[in-house]
Write a new protein. Structure first.
Length: 228
């Protein structure tokens, strides 16, 4: 059985909105409805654990009914950061879960075909796979945000996206180890990397944009309406 955990408990402060980020409208519908629709349409996904802001649980339940989400197994309150929200999602999964797909609610344009490709790559290698894009910019590292410390070799840099797919026991172990070590990370692959197991890169999709700033909303709306 494959379960998707969708962390959607972010505040959306950087978007400058009063609404939680996952409820910000995109082309007339809350962001989360676009993201869940992609997972509802993906055949390999059996169940969804939706991690919501704790003051928006009722609104998420209302959206579940209104949109007739079939696969949403539980809607649970999130934690203080993304890692905690995913950790809570792991506790709420159906016990038969063998594979976990973690996907940020903030990437509403994810395509079912990408979800399937990453899932298949994870099955092939037996551990984990993530969507990522080769970096097209030249990358500078800085220690103070003012001066360049060094230029990294672009050929070796890939930008991580979600979906990220993991064997369920492996992801649980990675989160438990991170808690023990007091380690925090901005994606789940980083926690699994610490266990030294192989993780496959799968070519992501440049339209699978993560909505962080208001310009991202404009881009995503333009993509949805076919303007480019
Ligand atoms: O803030 P950022 O865009 O990196 O968040 C990535 C994803 O993690 C978003 O979908 C957001 O809703 C989610 N998140 C969460 N719980 C938090 C913070 C972020 O589920 N406490």
């Amino acid at each position: 059985m494959t379960t998707s955990i969708i962390p959607a408990a972010g505040k959306g402060t950087r978007l400058g909105s009063n609404l939680p980020k996952a409820l910000v409208p995109i082309a007339g519908k809350p962001m989360i409805t676009w993201t869940i629709a992609a997972f509802e349409q993906t055949p390999v996904v059996n169940a969804i654990v939706l991690v919501a802001p704790d003051d928006s649980l009722e609104e998420f339940e209302r959206l579940r009914t209104e949109n007739k989400w079939q696969k949403v197994f539980k809607i649970i309150p999130g934690g203080t950061d993304r890692q905690q929200s995913v950790w809570k999602g792991l506790q709420a999964m159906p016990s038969e879960t063998e594979w976990v797909i973690v996907h940020d609610a903030a990437r509403p344009l994810v395509k079912p075909s990408l979800i399937v490709s990453v899932w298949e790559a994870a099955q092939e290698i037996g551990t984990a796979a993530i969507a990522a894009l080769p970096c097209s910019d030249t990358v500078k590292r800085t220690l103070d945000g003012v001066l360049i410390a060094e230029t990294l070799d672009r050929e070796q840099i890939w930008l991580a996206q979600t979906p990220q797919v993991f064997a369920a026991d492996l992801l649980k172990e990675a989160h438990e180890q991170a808690i023990k070590d007091g380690c925090s990370a901005t994606d789940d692959a980083a926690l699994v990397e610490r266990l030294g197991v192989p993780i496959r890169l799968v070519m992501g999709d440049p339209t699978n944009i993560k909505i962080t700033h208001s310009v991202d909303l404009i881009l995503v709306e333009a993509l949805i309406s076919g303007k480019f």
